[in-house]
Design a protein around this ligand. Structure first.
Ligand code: ZN
Length: 354
């Protein structure tokens, strides 16, 4: 059997067994007037690109007028799964051969754990631990609302260490999950500071344009924008290391307020607990509030959003907040909100709150 023939068989098998494809995409696809098991249906051709790079790759090709080989439609890649163009893109852009710099923001008690992360990732010579130490005379900011922009600023500073040796724009990876990044207001009353959007795509686009205007050659990358936190854990290439280190990370929006402990009932804590539950790992995090009886309105808000989703659909939940996105991107974002709520609802059900 030739290499091409064996690769066609392998891709046909991959399409049926991989969780990355929709049910529709698993059907045989029409390619040059014949149905083939190794081709995707034309309507699902975009799934030929890994979900992490799908939107960016399609936009990049369109912007630079690059032709897709045997394109399945306007601005669409081929639906043939053994395409050299698709293979090159997937291998290049999802390669895990990178050696990133790590940037940590020190909060009380986190320094030691950050050093352990760097050691475990064999990155002792490639990490920075910084604290902005900004203090106003009569006010101490106790929330973590400024955390993301501090990370972006630290990334910009850290990049200067490798600027000379990396000729192209330096990628800045923002490892936030799509559900938290969108932080859709789950009830009409949760606007403003109750639904901050410090890694929201629109906000990050704003940061990117500031950098572009200032000719700071950095490129924000947002690889988990279409994943929930549970899916991020599930899809991680090294779940052994992740499950070992995850307990030391901080998610809580009120970590400072609760003496450097997770509250257990704010939305980021619910997302964290739900993600642990999704992958079935033991959660070693200490939570200071009891999810079974706590009267936090986060629980009521998450429950009612879930019920609205069930009865009236996702657009009633997102209520226009995804209007910045169009077409397939909008659908993917709606789906990540649905799946994120679904993870939380499983958690609340397990604790007798739903
Ligand atoms: Zn919390």
């Amino acid at each position: 059997m030739t290499f091409l023939a064996s690769e066609k068989n392998r891709q046909a098998e991959f399409k049926l067994s991989s969780k990355y494809f929709t049910k529709e995409a698993r059907k045989p696809g029409l390619f040059r007037n014949r149905l083939y098991p190794f081709a995707l249906p034309v309507s699902c051709a975009d799934q030929n690109l890994h979900q992490w790079i799908r939107t960016e790759a399609i936009e990049y090709f369109k912007k630079h007028e690059i032709v897709w080989h045997t394109s399945a439609g306007v601005d669409l890649p081929t639906n043939h799964m053994v395409s050299s163009q698709i293979m090159c893109l997937s291998i290049d852009l999802t390669s895990n051969g990178r050696r990133p710099l790590f940037v940590f923001h020190i909060v009380n008690g986190s320094r030691h754990h950050q050093e352990e992360f760097a050691h475990t990732l064999n990155a002792e010579t490639r990490f920075f631990q910084w604290s902005y130490e900004a203090r106003l005379k009569d006010h101490r900011e106790r929330s973590t609302r400024g955390r993301s922009i501090v990370f972006f600023a630290f990334a910009a500073i850290a990049s200067s260490a490798i600027r000379e040796s990396v000729p192209r724009p330096i990628d800045v990876f923002v490892p936030e999950n799509g559900f938290i990044s969108l932080n859709v207001a789950l009830s009409p009353g949760r606007l403003g500071s109750l639904s901050t959007k410090t890694t929201h795509p629109t906000y990050m686009q704003g940061i990117q344009s500031v950098w572009d205007r200032l000719e700071i050659r950095l490129q924000l990358q947002f690889p988990y924008r279409y994943q929930t936190k549970g899916e991020m854990l599930e899809n991680c290439r090294d779940t052994d290391t992740l499950s070992r280190l995850l307990g030391y990370t901080i998610s809580c929006g009120q970590y400072h307020i609760h003496k450097h402990t997770h509250c257990g009932v704010c939305i980021p804590c619910l997302v964290r607990r739900a993600a642990y539950r999704k992958v079935g790992w033991d959660d070693p995090t200490e939570y200071c509030k009891d999810l079974r009886v706590d009267k936090s309105d986060n629980i009521a808000v998450a429950t009612s959003a879930w019920l609205i989703l069930q009865v009236q659909g996702i657009r009633k939940v997102t209520a226009g907040s995804l209007s910045f996105a169009k077409g397939s991107e909008k659908r993917q974002l709606e789906q990540v909100v649905s799946r994120g709520l679904s993870e939380i609802s499983d958690l609340l059900r397990a604790y007798g709150r739903l």
